[in-house]
Design a protein around this ligand. Structure first.
Ligand SMILES: C[S@@+](CC[C@H](N)C(=O)[O-])C[C@H]1O[C@@H](n2cnc3c(N)ncnc32)[C@H](O)[C@@H]1O
Length: 261
């Protein structure tokens, strides 16, 4: 499995500059490249004086007081402010959110769902990647959160916010991307999720502990969330490490499932 630093290192080697490559990642990537026996193209690490830091750099204490970090899309800023106002600590990270945005952007015209809207952070990331014809549905059981998220997106014609139990969202299935972020479907009834996803559609689960070596991967075979998704026939499953403290599981429903014996 590639770490974020590996991806940054490879991107630099290929003359790309990843959006979330902040200064801390650049210096880690430089060391990683030299440990791989290669070096980046000249100037690849020359970020210039105004280059942004990424949130992982900030978390690692690498960002001086008052220095800028990567700008967040305005709906995400609004959702994070709402989460602070309503004291919801458990919200989608910027790194997982940036991945959600990419996944939404890759499905123009698709149907996208969020199970467990919270204060709308992941929903806002998805919305920031949605094409005009994409439809986004987000369900939240907590009445105050659901009402506040509905009000926040009131002027957004692509959005429907459902207030109530997560299974309400089944009426809007099948989904092309489904971000599952509430305890019941993530931990208790994962088998109710696959029927809600279109062939070729994706399920996204954030906030998993990154697995960095074989011992950790072996131990994770006993993690019920991973065991369910990796054991599901007819699906392709992997994980992306989006920051040093978080992996995101991606499960895609195969259009043509393997023939059973
Ligand atoms: C981790 S928070 C969600 C964070 C959010 N996805 C984000 O992007 O910031 C989990 C949310 O799931 C909601 N939830 C828990 N059980 C639920 C259920 N049965 N139906 C709908 N929502 C539920 C909780 O109220 C909580 O707001």
């Amino acid at each position: 499995m590639l770490t974020h630093v590996d991806i940054v290192a490879l991107a630099l080697e290929n003359r790309m500059r990843p959006a979330f490559a902040g200064r801390g990642y650049f210096s880690a990537a430089r060391h990683r490249l030299s440990s791989l026996g290669t070096s980046a193209i000249p100037g690849a690490f020359d970020l210039g004086p105004n280059a942004p830091h990424c949130t992982a750099d900030r978390d690692a204490g690498l960002v001086p007081e008052g220095a800028a970090t990567v700008d967040l899309p305005p709906p995400v800023q609004e959702a994070k402010a709402l989460a602070s106002r309503l004291s919801l600590a458990s919200k989608c990270s910027d790194e997982a959110g940036a991945l959600l945005r990419v996944l939404a952007a890759a499905r123009p015209g698709g149907r996208i769902g969020v199970v467990g809207a919270g204060c709308g952070t992941g929903t806002a990331w998805l919305l920031s990647g949605c094409a005009p014809e994409t439809r986004l549905f987000s369900v939240e059981r907590h009445p105050e959160r659901a009402d506040a998220v509905r009000e926040m997106f009131a002027a957004e014609p692509r959005m429907t916010v459902l207030r109530g139990d997560w299974e309400l969202i089944a009426a809007d299935a099948p989904f092309d991307v489904l971000f599952v972020d509430a305890v019941p479907p993530k931990h208790q009834f994962p088998d109710r999720i696959p029927p809600l996803v279109a062939p070729g559609g994706l399920v996204v689960l954030d906030d998993l502990t990154p697995l960095v070596d074989d011992d950790e991967r072996r131990a994770a075979a006993h993690d019920p969330v991973r065991a369910f998704w990796y054991g599901l026939s007819g699906w392709a499953v992997t994980e992306v490490i989006v920051s040093p403290r978080e992996a995101v599981l991606l499960a895609a429903r195969l259009v043509t499932p393997p023939a059973t014996a």
